[in-house]
Design a protein around this ligand. Structure first.
Ligand SMILES: [Zn+2]
Ligand SMILES: [Zn+2]
Length: 632
């Protein structure tokens, strides 16, 4: 550690890290550089870094993989409409890196990549792919940004307004990034990754009043108020600034005027971009409302209504801008039919599987199909946003779906931005924000197909399988338990009398599982000549069974189940309207526990369950795609 006097004001300036070449004096804001072993030289002046812009602070620590690091200093950089922080980090092995915080992302750069062949700044074009080493990157930003504030130790000397050209790069895996620093010659390439404070196991973070994060346990220092207030320069209304440091534009909730938010040290000021007259738009969920989604708390700080116009009809939706000082930002979206989505700006750029806008896009292991494209126009804006936007602004959009996810590409002449949204149920929104919202109708582009759920298919296949096995068991039991024993097979010739009664020889019915008696009678006598009635009588207990259903042929059949065991006789009575000379023959046959016929459709019925489910799934998909550009 080096401690020396500030050459400008005499206050002590500490160098805790040997890797640091410069430092900002905390007393007079002079930038001092090391000259020799313990001599400091004043290089310039820089504005103080506003202390309540970020949960990260000088002295905080973390781990990248297995490399512990400490935050040694910070640069605040700015270009029109955008501001971000670059935290200078020093690893235990004295190598250095950067933690870049802005646009809703945290990126870590663990060290410069030496020896790469880099394109010149002048030759770079937005959206083009470049090869660095074996990797392919897309250029998403190419600009110069000024240093507007600094604090602590730095690897080089800075002063207010120092411009540094850079290019920001993305890879297609959604996490890997890169930046080329063109400030020095030769330029340096820094491969990076999108990370979270949690994944870096950050400790010593700033505690914000009213915000807590269960994943970040180690906060240091007194709680600071994140919120700043300012007055609307158009209507005088007193406005809260809920995300200072992030917010670039604010639309007054009283007069609807669009205000540009400027930073002056620890204060924010507002400048009227466009004054508004007339009604102020009010979205369904109010600004300042907080909700918890997937265990992360979010505050609604802004909202925007946009619409795609097709065939003269507006298809509007509302986007709520959500903020959490430890987690960055998200978008909560409600479409016109009440479907909700939670969207995140995408760190990477998906890989297109073709050259047209309709080509499929791959992100990680997921492949997304093109759903629809159009021109999205801003209709209303309210509250705070971290970029500048005004009513009437438009971008070309293309949506690609892989339910429950959707990728959205938004592009204008200057940049292309990707976001990924996840479908949220109505209940999830109600639980999160403690409000009741309308029930959605129709099928949303990325709504999960309820008939594709694994649990439903598992239940269907299990129930179909068990029904099939159940039918088989019943059939086999029927065969196994059948005694199929003929206990009576007796014929008789009628006398031709008006009332002609015949009683069979006794036969035994032994106790069994079912005691099913199958009775069948047949006769040569026509139905018009008289009627045959068959009864079975249990001679042991006097029970009489009248089992037969007579057909028009005077033949009859019937069944008795669970007949009491015992000795039986069959009693046949023929009733004639008049005596007959014909000697009609009659036969009665009784089988004990016959093999009964089994309904074969029982084996086909279980297959109906997956068939019906497949049809329902296909019908849901056809409703989804009927609203796409590919319907027809
Ligand atoms: Zn000083
Ligand atoms: Zn106002």
């Amino acid at each position: 550690m080096l401690s020396a006097e500030c050459p400008s004001c005499g206050a002590p300036v500490l160098f805790q890290h040997a890797a640091s070449a410069a430092a900002v004096c905390g007393s007079c804001q002079s930038t001092v550089i090391r000259d020799g072993i313990d001599e400091l030289v004043v290089w310039g002046k820089v504005s103080a870094f506003s202390r309540d812009l970020s949960p990260i602070q000088v002295g905080a620590s973390g781990v990248l993989g297995d490399r512990p690091f400490q935050v040694a200093g910070v640069l605040r950089r700015s270009r029109p409409g955008v501001r971000w922080n670059e935290w200078y980090i020093v690893f235990d092995d004295r190598t250095t890196g950067w933690l870049s915080e802005g646009n809703g992302f945290l990126q870590i750069f663990g060290g410069a990549h030496a020896g790469a062949v880099l394109p010149s700044y002048a030759s770079l074009h937005l959206g083009e792919a470049i090869e660095i080493g074996d990797d392919r990157y897309i250029v998403i930003e190419r600009a110069e940004a000024a240093v507007v504030a600094a604090e602590g130790e730095l690897p080089f000397a800075v002063s207010d307004g120092l411009m540094r050209p850079y290019a920001d790069l993305r890879r297609s895996d959604g996490r890997a990034t890169g930046t080329i620093d063109y400030a020095d010659s030769p330029p340096e390439f820094w491969p990076g990754r999108i990370v979270t404070l949690e994944s870096l196991k950050m400790e010593g973070l700033r505690a914000f009043a009213g915000w807590s994060d269960p994943t970040l346990v180690s906060m240091q220092g007194p709680e600071v108020q994140l919120r700043r207030g300012l007055d609307c320069p158009n209507c005088g209304g007193s406005l809260p600034l809920r995300a200072p440091g992030t917010t670039v534009q604010l639309v007054c909730e009283y007069c609807g005027s669009e205000l540009s938010i400027e930073e002056v040290g620890d204060e924010n000021t507002a400048r009227v971009l466009r004054a508004h007259r007339g009604q102020v738009w009010k979205p369904r969920l109010p600004l300042g409302k907080r909700g918890r989604i997937d265990d992360v708390e979010w505050e609604i700080i802004g909202a925007m209504k946009r619409a795609v116009r097709a065939d003269g009809i507006d298809y509007p939706w509302v986007e709520y801008f959500l903020h959490n000082p430890y987690r960055g930002s998200r978008f909560l979206m409600e479409d016109q039919r009440g479907h909700w989505n939670l969207a995140d700006r995408l760190g990477g750029v998906p890989t297109s599987q073709g050259t047209s806008a309709w080509a499929r896009q791959r992100l990680g292991s997921e492949v997304y199909r093109h759903f629809s494209g159009g021109k999205a126009v801003v209709r209303n804006v309210l509250g705070e946003l971290d970029w500048e936007v005004k009513v009437g602004d438009s971008v070309d959009t293309h949506d690609y779906v892989s339910p429950p996810h959707m990728l959205s590409r938004e592009g204008d002449r200057h940049e292309v931005a990707w976001s990924r949204s996840t479908y949220l149920s109505k209940e999830a929104v109600e639980d999160a924000f403690g409000v009741s919202v309308r029930s959605p109708w129709g099928v949303a582009a990325n709504q999960p197909n309820p008939y594709s759920k694994r649990s439903i298919w598992l239940a269907a296949i299990l129930s179909a399988g068990s029904l099939w096995v159940g039918s088989l068991v019943v059939l086999l039991l029927g065969i196994f338990l059948a005694r199929n024993e003929t206990v009576l097979d007796s014929s008789y010739t009628s006398t031709g009398a008006v009332s002609d009664v015949w009683v069979s020889e006794p036969f035994a019915v032994d106790a069994g599982f079912r005691n099913h008696l199958g009775v069948r009678s047949s006769t040569t006598m026509l139905r018009s000549a008289g009627q045959v009635h068959v009864a079975l009588i249990n001679q042991d207990n006097g029970q009489v069974y009248l089992p037969l259903n007579t057909t028009s042929q005077n033949a009859a059949s019937g069944s008795i189940y669970f007949a009491d065991p015992g000795a039986y006789v069959a009693r046949v009575e023929i009733a004639r309207p008049a005596p007959s000379a014909a000697q009609d023959k009659l036969n009665v046959k009784i089988v004990l526990d016959p093999i009964s016929g089994f309904p074969c459709f029982a084996f086909f019925f279980p297959f109906l369950i997956p068939i019906v489910l497949t049809l329902a799934r296909a019908s849901f998909e056809s409703r989804r795609w009927s609203e796409s550009d590919h319907a027809g």
